[in-house]
Design a protein around this ligand. Structure first.
Ligand SMILES: Nc1ncnc2c1ncn2[C@@H]1O[C@H](COP(=O)(O)OP(=O)(O)OP(=O)(O)O)[C@@H](O)[C@H]1O
Ligand SMILES: [Mg+2]
Length: 487
């Protein structure tokens, strides 16, 4: 059943919160009579009765709904496993009787896929029932599973716990920090999923746009406010509605725009570029950075006041090189092998990794973190000729990275053209930063604008990270120019 609008007859905030995540619109009633009033006017798709109610209440509600000429199912959301009691509720006319969290998960999965028959079963090991049993080993909990955040090490358990805590708090804005490729965007999606999954999640990469474009993407603009503004544009802050805006690489946001963002965070109102009308910002603002923002602010590249505003309860994503994440490496490798679509024929023939290969992965320092590990596994799938990924399929890549990070002499110079050397160096910087242009510019000691000019000059504009010859194997989600918007 796809329930867009739900009336919850419950005073329990936990029930309200978890049912609210499973629908577009939640209307809450304190008691049965208020519930019937709201049902009569709002015509919801489903009514959820909190667990304190008795089967007699269910019967009264079902009759009240029928008297109003409506046919709306009533579910009972229990706190605990209601197996013992569910029959009596169902006999009284309830459509089903489940723990609130299971009911919410079920409703959410029904929004994506045709629903499986609904069973009165408790949550298994805290993981949602629509995650296949064999996949549960990869995740700390149901939320991590929903966003595919693999890892069960101590530090992942702590991280997922913090994500949950922050998501359930009123913390806003939320800062997510960590090295490149550690899953900051996944963490943002996890917070979003826990807070308001049915609302839009919009992401923007602050490093990918010029200052003026970034401003009008964020705030929108009114027609005629600048040359080329031939119609009104709605900004992401408005598009996100009650959902989330994810500001990726916030350290790259120009200082004057940082001041405007700070004002939005304080006043919760913004104006379109060239506009006069104040627009309310209801979205949760999340920002990520792989730079040390405190350091950036000490060096006057980031506003100190914005840093303090953002860093109330930062979520730090653990690096893959962190010794406490060692056990995640083999797990992630196996997960990427199972889920890779790079060559379906080959990956279905390859069953696992050899022990030596896993040990070699565990010894590697992973400067590009999980993203790099996924790239290694995808390349290995292409190279492997047997049914197990062995050392020989991964060694090449690991050695290549080691050489790059050791500042080795690089390839022998056969051609002394400065332009070629510059092109090569830019390519290497992009490779090392997995296609992140702001970081590549920093490595090269040039401004982002200069880097963009040179990318155009050398025809590297489409570079998205990856192998040394510029072959692109970056995550489509990671494209530097991405401005994603999804519900
Ligand atoms: N724990 C994880 N489980 C599965 N995949 C992961 C995990 N962490 C990261 N990834 C994958 O690695 C890639 C990079 O993740 P993500 O974009 O969230 O990292 P990031 O920290 O935002 O990186 P950057 O700083 O470079 O923007 C994505 O493809 C993501 O799905
Ligand atoms: Mg990112």
């Amino acid at each position: 059943m796809v329930a867009k609008r739900i009336v919850a007859v419950s005073t329990d905030p936990d029930t309200q919160r978890c049912i609210g995540r499973a629908c577009n619109e939640l209307l809450v009633a304190d008691d049965l009579s208020e519930g019937l009033d709201i049902i009569g006017t709002a015509c919801p798709d489903l009514v959820v009765l909190g667990g304190k109610h008795t089967p007699t209440d269910v019967r009264a509600l079902v009759e009240g709904i029928a008297q109003r000429g409506l046919n709306i199912p009533v579910a009972v959301a229990h706190h605990e496993n209601p197996n013992a009691a569910s029959d009596t509720y169902i006999a009284a006319g309830a459509w089903n009787c489940l723990p609130g969290a299971v009911l919410a998960e079920y409703l959410q999965s029904a929004r994506k896929d045709p629903p499986a028959p609904m069973l009165s079963q408790p949550i298994l090991d805290g993981i949602s029932p629509h995650i296949h049993d064999s996949d549960k080993q990869y995740y700390v909990d149901a939320c991590a599973a929903v966003v595919n955040m693999v890892g069960v090490s101590e530090s992942m358990i702590d991280t997922v716990r913090l994500i949950t805590l922050v998501a359930e708090s009123r913390c806003d804005p939320i800062l997510i920090v960590g090295e490149t490729g550690t899953g900051k965007e996944l963490a943002a999606r996890a917070v979003h999923h826990l807070r308001h999954p049915a609302a839009p999640f919009v992401a923007i990469n602050c490093a990918a746009l010029t200052a003026s474009l970034l401003e009008s993407e964020l705030f929108g603009h009114v027609k005629g406010s600048f040359t080329g503004a031939d119609r009104d544009k709605t900004g992401l802050l408005e598009l996100a509605g009650d959902g989330s805006v994810f500001l990726d690489e916030i350290s790259e946001m120009p200082l004057d725009l940082q001041a405007k963002l700070l004002r939005v965070l304080q006043e919760r109102v913004f104006r379109k570029v060239g506009g006069v009308e104040g627009i309310a910002c209801r979205a949760t603002i999340m920002a990520s950075s792989n730079r040390n923002l405190l350091q950036e602010s000490l060096e006057n590249r980031f506003r100190r006041d914005l840093y303090y505003r953002l860093s109330v309860c930062p979520i730090t994503m653990p690096s893959l090189s962190d010794p406490t994440r060692r056990r995640d490496i083999g797990l992630l490798a196996e997960y990427f092998l199972r889920t890779s679509t790079i060559h379906p024929g080959k990956s279905s023939r390859i069953k696992c990794l050899t022990r030596l290969a896993v040990e070699a992965l565990e010894r590697h320092s992973w400067p590009g973190n999980v993203r790099e590990l996924r790239n290694v596994i995808e390349r290995a799938i292409l190279h492997e000729t047997t049914d197990k990924i062995g050392l020989s399929s991964i060694e090449g890549h690991l050695a290549e990275y080691a050489a790059l990070s050791a500042d080795g002499p690089g390839l022998p110079i056969r051609d002394f053209s400065l332009a070629k050397a510059e092109r090569e160096l830019i390519g290497r910087a992009l490779q090392q930063t997995e296609g992140q242009k702001s970081r590549a510019a920093a490595l090269l000691g040039i401004s982002r604008a200069t880097l963009y000019d040179k990318l155009r000059l050398y025809g590297l504009g489409q570079y998205k990270g990856g192998g040394p010859a510029g072959q692109s194997n970056a995550d489509p989600l990671d494209a530097a120019e991405r401005i994603g918007a999804s519900a």
